[in-house]
Design a protein around this ligand. Structure first.
Ligand SMILES: [Zn+2]
Length: 86
């Protein structure tokens, strides 16, 4: 009897793992499709995102005045690199 329970338990684990892997695969494919459809920021322009990737209105700031060594313009660097308030 314990061998049967062990077999059923193992089958249940395998079924759960296959379902979980399928769900993860679908999520990865969805994310990859979203990223592939997203616009690519122009070189040396602000890469601050506006909107949700995968939606038609998604875009990058695009300001050509990026701060040296940073991916964002001055306005967005102030938001991205805030100092602690304490
Ligand atoms: Zn910007």
């Amino acid at each position: 009897m314990s061998a049967l329970l062990a077999h059923l338990f193992r089958d249940a684990l395998i079924t759960r793992d296959v379902a979980s892997a399928a769900a993860e695969g679908a999520a990865v494919r969805s994310l990859a499709a979203t990223l592939a459809a997203a616009p690519i920021p122009a070189p040396r322009t602000c890469q601050w995102p506006h909107g949700e990737p995968g939606r038609a209105e998604f875009r990058f700031c695009g300001d050509p005045g990026v701060i040296a060594g940073r991916p964002y313009c001055g306005r967005h660097c102030e938001v991205a690199y805030r100092r602690g308030t304490d």
